[in-house]
Design a protein around this ligand. Sequence first.
Ligand code: G6P
Length: 609
Amino acid sequence: MCGIVGILGREPVAPSLIEALRRLEYRGYDSAGVATLEDGRLTRQRASGKLRNLEEKLAGAPLKGTIGIGHTRWATHGRPNEINAHPHANENVAVVHNGIIENFRELREELTKKGHVFVTQTDSEAVAHLVADFMREGATPQTAVASTLTRLKGAFALVFLFDGQDDLLIGARRGSPLAVGFGDGGAYLGSDALALAPFAREITYLEEDDWVVLTREKATFHNAAGNIVERPKRPLQAGSLMVDKGHFRHYMAKEMHEQPEVVGRTLAHYLDLASGTVRLPFELGFDAKALSRVTISACGTAFYAGLLARYWLERFARLSVDIDIASEFRYRESPLPEKGLMIVVSQSGETADTLAALRYARLQGQHILSIVNVETSTIARESDTVAHTLAGPEIGVASTKAFTCQLAVFACLALALGKARGVLSEKQERALVAELIATPGLMAEVLKDEARVEPVARDVARATSVLYLGRGPSYPLALEGALKLKELSYIHAEGYAAGELKHGPIALIDFAMPVIVLAPHDASLEKTVSNLQEVAARGGHLILVGPQSAKTAAAVELAGFIEMPETAAGPFAALVYALPAQLLAYHVAVFMGKDVDQPRNLAKSVTVE
Ligand code: G6P
């Protein structure tokens, strides 16, 4: 996650760019840079390390332009040095970028063949060259950006500054946030309201796939199809809090929409995106080859993340997994293997039962690895190794972005253990990492089509009981989907392994009870399709969450269909399929007028037994 800003001002903008970057430094501080136009020509200044290094450089050699862009970096591709610092520029354009350009290697190859010279190891530089390439073929800045956006894969936000254009900035978003602000001093673009708070009185968030042409007087918003669209302005309070709802109605909505960004950021922490391999930011601290078994314990949604990870740890690291909810595990007196590994999972890092499970494992001489979102928490402090989920503060009681970040960490950990145990070849590792890197982009795709969930939600809201079915990694997701629905809407819901349908829940099937089937395109799709048919044959109320091919294969009458991308991250599809489950529960609750962020009787952090 990086911070980006752009200013069209009346005075030299470098000091304001620095002020905005200081407010964005929480998003990263590996390096920083600004670019402005002086006498119409692009000039830039960059420095590795914290923002103060850039400030010192600017004090010695000020930039005088009244239009500019700035960036504070949290390195994903390429080392955090000055060469790799943003803005990236050529003679046509300078760009600042937040997020991941998944297909940068292909673009780099293609553009190098056309004579573009790459000087950095970043994915972002490919964007600057691509825009320049279109402009050299005669495109205007606007058409060059529009064409560039159609070529980019991934989740990102971008701001462009053009040589010779001193009243023009262009911003674009897909999966990562970007906002436009207007104030007395000019027009602004920034990653969040916090960056713009000192300057702007009103703010407009770009919607998914929007791009905006900004001059000092006017912001013209375009949607993905290139059509001009209106986007609402909202007043911005000075001193705007870091944790606000943005333009969302609920924290939960905002947190669901942050997932492409925070999952991308978490993956970047555990993978080497440039080489497409796993690189944990810590030493394992135990002998992975000598491990015979892993124990996992957690509560609620975090428990389901562990249940899902079992499939990955067994398959990719050939490790058997014992998993239990913490309130049971702590009293089971389970004998744990000597020098074994205990993984505890917790968003808050304070859940009393999870902490007790950790302490039991400690007494049993286990190496304790915790996957936590709050790094300063008790669980983190009492662990041998802390694997941080970089989800940022989660306010909505129902966990969403912390869950998908837990899955991202688990996926990387399973691959790292597979590698350390000699199970995964380098080729397999790269193929699996490529699937993981694709997840933020796929998540953004799903979130863009959120409206498709609404009619299904309206239908589910009429039910008194709902059944979720899934196989393999979709089984824990079925449990999580059911948990989300009951937490938020108070409708009774159950998750079941699809294969277990015939051993009990099939007796419940009737025209009224929605049966929600999670059916990603994986090895068990055929079997799940059979379960769809079993439900249909009994006049069941079927809702399919899956690709078009699953719908075609099932060839049954559906009461609802949430279409998913055809190929969704292979064995890591759960990261993408978590989103429709969350969105559905959210929209059912909104439709029923429930308190989405603070459902009755629940608490975000449960520090009692
Ligand atoms: C509560 C929350 C859940 C959460 C669970 C575990 O029940 O409502 O959303 O999954 O606690 O919390 P933790 O902070 O340990 O992940």
